[in-house]
Design a protein around this ligand. Sequence first.
Ligand code: GUN
Length: 291
Amino acid sequence: MIVLDGKIASQSIKENLKTDVSAIIKHGKRPPHLAAILVGNNGASETYVASKVKNCEEIGFQSTLIRLEDTVEESKLLETIQQLNNNKAVDGILVQLPLPKHISEQKVIETINPQKDVDGFHPVNIGKLVQGLETFIPATPYGIMLMLEYFNIETKGKHAVVIGRSNIVGRPMSILLSSNIKRGNCTVTICHSHTPNLSEICLQADIIVAALGKPEFVKANMVKQGAVVIDVGITRVADTTAKKGFRIKGDVAYNEVATKTTAITPVPGGVGLMTIAGLLKNTLQAYMNNE
Ligand code: GUN
């Protein structure tokens, strides 16, 4: 069994990006610029956005963090996005989700210029993904594809089971794995809360992608011997013995599942780090298209 270490894989991608930025600067050009908008002060979102900004700095990207109160009017947020759309010195825009209930996430996503939509959530970009056209692949599925590539995991002809159908992970992941691309060409089953016999379906999987957001949902008796397991879950579970008062749990019961697999991602230290690598690669791509 190999542990698909997101730290090693993302570090390698970040080193390459660093080299790309150095070459850009050497040519007397400005670095790529990512603008992130954080609404409110949700603890997990704060952590993710801080990590995105820190990673930008590490590889030499410019980053701007715009913080808005959780009471901000939707129109103000849309106006802020429009300003970033019009700012030629900004290559990529992301609005951290989830947003407060009074704001329409769909409206927000559709306001971002698709050419700056480094999260790949705009319907234009999702449409391109479905048609196999060049686009911004949503960062988490992109990160998983990069991980499969880094660790040379064969996907062609395999049966992949994706648990979860979110626009952010499950749905785009199922499209990528079934596409006629490197690390694609799987037969894909997508499972969700209305899927009967989920255990039986998982037992047929050569590759499982667990992206449903339920801590330790995937148990050993749902996994075929020799399967590859990708765990997208990052739920904060209260734990008074932990320093921060919580522990991060994946969607897979790692200890009992790992021994049955040929490869598995840990949580933390797996897919989460690859998500950032995917976002950074998208931002460089947006810059290249923009310049
Ligand atoms: N919330 C959870 N995942 C993501 C992501 O990939 N991008 C944004 N913008 N928000 C998220």
